[in-house]
Design a protein around this ligand. Structure first.
Ligand code: UDP
Length: 331
């Protein structure tokens, strides 16, 4: 049997493909390469370049690979700020793309999908740590597009029996420890890669967006998870569905939060660089604290994150950045 990974050339997708291959699983990758990188895809995976919303293309993929029995879906746009300016781009690519995908999956009787959702579906959370039952009220089109995708899957399950697991996670950081694959976004907006770009002298300084939040040091607190731990959770979720279990969502986090200042300090220690930083105005839409409870994933899926120490996570990211100062250099 084979697993189809959509968006397998992206940051988390490429780590998941790598893990699947390492486990000896037959793996097929579809990626449009709009934001993904061909070099990030493990060479033992079969690769197709194309858009998941192109139904004829997807039919061809399923026809040529009749052993596909599960889909892991990472193929979506994910920039919050861009989604505020271009909401329809997100509803078209992410949400409408999901409708087309489910139509073709249903035609080919593929009835299992694990889906990369986000804690952005919770908006300003009503409780912290965030549980799967915490109300979902997204505050940006990106989070809304993913919540709509979750809802669409629920009705597709009801009508066609396509079982689904949304995995909701927030701050992903780190790289494969050998430094061969890692994070390369264009433009880069995330905290840790920006901190490390300053450490490498590629940027002058870090701007910390706000120090008057309701947290002990005034800067936002976030929950950081390593992409290989996320990869394991996706694979466990496929196994969970293959065992005949019902559709359900899981949060994935470390259950420990780090403030932006703490991330900066930890990065200074790991890199042994000064990393100049200044306080800048708040960025819109940043909740004070976002920490996920992942008790359910640990108990039900048996998920055991290996990268439970923020310095270890930063070390892996630093190795990737020092080995690939210009990223994959393919854009
Ligand atoms: N952040 C920052 N400076 C930057 C980029 C991010 O202070 O150059 C802060 C951001 O305001 C938030 C945290 O770092 O408090 C994490 O932001 P990121 O964009 O990495 O992830 P998000 O939490 O938005 O998913």
């Amino acid at each position: 049997m084979a697993t189809l990974v959509l968006g397998g050339a992206g940051y988390i997708g490429s780590h998941t493909v790598d893990r699947l291959i390492e486990k000896g699983e037959k793996t097929i990758v579809v990626d449009s390469l709009v934001t993904g990188h061909r070099q990030a895809v493990n060479k033992d995976a079969k690769f197709y370049q194309g858009d998941i919303a192109d139904k004829d293309f997807m039919r061809q993929v399923f026809k040529e690979n009749s052993d596909i029995d599960a889909v892991i879906h990472f193929a979506a746009y994910s920039l919050v700020a861009e989604s505020m300016k271009k909401p329809l781009k997100y509803f078209d690519n992410n949400t409408a793309g999901m409708v087309k995908l489910l139509e073709v999956m249903n035609e080919f009787s593929i009835d299992k999908i694990v889906f990369s959702s986000t804690a952005a579906t919770y908006g300003i959370p009503e409780e912290v740590p965030i549980k799967e039952t915490t109300p979902q009220n997204p505050i940006n089109p990106y989070g809304e597009s993913k919540l709509m995708m979750e809802k669409i899957m629920r009705w597709a399950d009801e009508a066609y029996g396509i079982k689904f697991v949304p995995l909701r996670y927030f701050n992903v950081a780190g790289a494969k420890p050998d430094g061969s694959i890692g994070e390369d976004h264009m433009p880069e907006t995330h905290l840790l890669p920006i901190v490390l770009q300053v450490a490498m002298g590629k940027r002058d300084k870090l701007q910390i967006f706000g120090d008057d939040y309701n947290t002990p040091d005034g800067t936002n607190i976030r929950d950081y998870v390593h992409p290989l731990d996320l990869a394991d959770a996706h694979i466990l979720a496929v196994d969970y569905l293959k065992a005949g279990n019902p559709s359900t969502a899981f949060n994935l986090g470390s259950s420990t939060g780090f403030s932006n200042r703490e991330i900066l300090e930890a990065a200074r220690k790991v890199t042994n660089k000064e990393i100049p930083a200044e306080i800048a105005p708040r960025r819109g839409g940043d909740p004070d604290v976002l920490v996920a409870s992942s008790t359910k994933a640990r108990e039900v899926l048996g998920w055991k994150p290996q990268f439970d120490d923020i310095s270890k996570i930063i070390e892996t990211a630093w190795k990737w950045h020092t080995l690939h100062p210009e990223g994959y250099q393919d854009k």
